[in-house]
Design a binder for this molecule. Structure first.
Ligand code: SF4
Length: 227
């Protein structure tokens, strides 16, 4: 997968601004070009039958149960689920770290663009995956950390997809994904129309978490991170 362009207005929104123009657009474009050179988008996925159980939804043939009410609501009526693990790669983290020492403003802009990149990689991955699957309806993406779906599912989800070996995606003891600009998500598949989720994304599982000015100012973008 190759990402040719990043949504600079979205990156600016994470930084608390809107409508990139003039000098701001120049800086965003410079950072975008530098970032695009080091991005290594990769993803891996698995498809599971899902079975309701006492604690939530079991991914059949595995020992993993998606716990909590919110995922149960999100996947209501779904018979299968796609588990997606995606990453923008180590190069983005490295570039952001290097810029921290040299140019803090560009580091923040690049961080924001890298968050956008992670989302775009997920969007493209989803398109590719669903172009190969037979399905009638699908839900939006839902990640550990949204609602009451616990972040501590991350290690199990990575293991199910063999994401450590296949795409170099790991999780720290504090349950942060590394590379940092990475996403795990669950997408339901249903034979009947699905309802949009009522839950907003938790900032905790958002690639823009650290530097998102909307969050730091006490707000929320209002979107599912799954868009
Ligand atoms: S989910 Fe939270 S951190 Fe992510 S863009 Fe929205 S407000 Fe910012």
């Amino acid at each position: 997968m190759t990402i040719e362009e990043l949504d600079k207005n979205e990156a600016l929104r994470y930084l608390g601004g809107k409508d990139a123009s003039g000098t701001v657009l120049t800086v965003l474009s410079e950072c975008e070009q530098a970032l695009l050179k080091v991005l290594t988008p990769r993803y891996v996925y698995s498809v599971y039958e899902i079975e309701p159980c006492d604690k939530g939804l079991k991914l059949s043939g595995s020992v993993v149960t998606l716990t909590g009410n919110d995922i149960r609501e999100h996947l209501f009526g779904c018979s299968r689920a796609v588990l997606l693990c995606a990453t923008a790669g180590q190069g983005a983290d490295r570039l952001i770290r290097e810029l921290e020492a040299a140019d803090v403003a560009k580091s923040a802009v690049t961080d924001s663009l890298a968050s956008v990149a992670a989302e775009q990689i997920c969007d493209r991955a989803e398109q590719e995956i669903f172009s190969k699957l037979e399905y009638a309806y699908k839900t939006e993406r839902f990640s550990p950390g949204y609602g009451d779906l616990p972040l501590d599912l991350q290690p199990s989800l990575l293991t199910l997809c063999d994401a450590q070996r296949k795409i170099g995606l790991h999780v720290t003891d504090s349950l942060l994904l590394t590379p940092r600009k990475s996403v795990t998500a669950i997408i339901g598949i249903s034979d009947t129309p699905v309802q949009p989720s009522k839950k907003n994304a938790s900032c905790q599982s958002c690639p823009a978490f650290e530097n998102c000015k909307i969050r730091l100012n006490g707000g929320h973008c209002g979107k599912e991170h799954a868009k």
